[in-house]
Design a protein around this ligand. Structure first.
Ligand code: NAD
Length: 347
């Protein structure tokens, strides 16, 4: 998308420039707000449609707005004075959610449609959009021993029904706002993100959190079994949250990546069975597997080809799964205990 166009250099971002982050009551955007706060930025505006008391992370000093970003007027308010906008709001969850609620997923198109327009009208210098590996052609993901997906594999398009198509079309919006209107837009295709302070129960959780919780439940109830969705041979890669927020920052500040979708994911491929084994090792337990072949299982295999990100950013997500899982397990165990004691927790 860069053609031969001259890209004007921005003034360096000042610590008191306004950074807007949507979806900030959720997992990744909440951690992103914390990341920018820790970097010394003093004006961060977090936005989420959830009431503020339900936000996973409420970072001291970060403005918290409870607004629905699928509404045009709300987006105008959200983007007032913004220098950089990070749009991570979406109605989403793990496979159980995105296979069951395709309409909800598709309706997230309203969020990006209004946010990118509002950001452009407000004169924001940079706009970041969180896309997904679900935007890739599903026909390339029918074998657990898949080759990793590279950026060009999104087209010819055959994205995940609902959620994936919404991401693909929103990517195009971002690309055209750059092509026609000069908004510096950045697009990362996240591959499964996990870590503390994310959903771990209730139906929207993803595989690493769900498996940690199931192992904890088995230990707590004295059960020797674990129920696994599918036959456990599905392969995936999982990116730790710290790598994700660092990656977002690097991508959104690299002018070589304007309007150019890029993978943001780990390339450490595991089967779901291996993921279960890793969690069992952390919990020092061995459980009997019960495979639920009727449960949602998603594509057979998916991995992130990191050739492009390594070339452009000289960096890639690198936290080993064993390390990230240990921190995640510990956090979910604490949440589980707290909930049992009747205390309020993130779910
Ligand atoms: P999350 O569900 O924890 O956070 C998303 C937040 O967006 C939620 O708090 C939700 O209330 C909010 N939201 C939904 N609709 C909204 C609206 N209309 N207005 C304002 N807020 C709204 O999810 P997450 O894991 O933090 O995902 C963040 C982004 O990353 C999403 O765009 C998601 O599609 C993308 N993504 C995540 C993963 C992953 O593994 N977690 C993978 C690929 C892509």
């Amino acid at each position: 998308m860069k053609e031969n166009r001259v890209v004007e250099k921005d003034a360096p971002l000042r610590k008191d420039d306004l950074i807007v982050i949507t979806g900030a009551g959720g997992f990744i955007a909440g951690n992103l707000a914390l990341y920018f706060k820790n970097k010394g930025f003093t004006r961060i505006r977090g936005v989420d449609k959830k009431p503020v008391y339900e936000w996973y992370l409420r970072v001291p000093g970060v403005e918290c707005l409870s607004l629905d970003c699928s509404q045009e007027e709300a987006c105008k308010r959200v983007c007032e004075g913004a220098v950089e906008v990070y749009n991570l709001a979406a109605d989403m969850g793990g496979m159980g959610f995105i296979e069951r609620f395709r309409v909800e997923c598709l309706r997230s198109i309203l969020i990006n449609t209004h946010m990118v327009e509002a950001a452009w009208r407000a004169g924001a210098r940079r706009y970041f959009y969180s896309s997904s590996a679900c935007a890739y052609n599903t026909l390339l993901q029918q074998d657990p021993k898949v080759r990793a997906l590279k950026e060009s594999d999104a087209y010819p398009a055959m994205a995940e029904r609902g959620y994936g198509w919404e991401k693909l079309v929103s990517e195009m919006f971002c690309q055209e706002y750059w092509a026609e209107r000069g908004l510096k837009a950045f697009i990362a295709r996240f591959h499964n993100v996990y870590g503390p302070n994310g959903t771990w129960d209730g139906g929207r959780e993803k595989a690493p959190a769900a498996i940690c919780r199931k192992v904890i439940e088995a230990l707590d109830s004295g059960s020797d079994k674990i129920r696994i969705w599918g036959d456990g041979t599905q392969t995936r890669s999982f990116m730790y949250i710290d790598d994700c927020v660092k990656g977002i920052d690097r991508i959104a500040h690299c002018d070589d990546l304007i309007a150019t979708p890029i993978n943001l994911g780990s390339s450490e491929l595991v089967t779901i069975n291996e993921l279960v084994e890793k969690v069992e090792k952390i919990a020092r337990v061995k459980l009997k597997r019960e495979y639920d072949l009727n449960a949602p299982r998603g594509v057979a295999g998916r991995n992130s080809d990191n050739t492009f990100i390594k070339k452009v950013l000289k960096w890639e997500p690198h936290t080993p799964l064993d390390v990230g899982l240990r921190a995640t397990y510990k956090w979910i165990e604490e949440q589980y205990r707290a909930r049992k004691e009747g205390r309020r927790v993130i779910e």
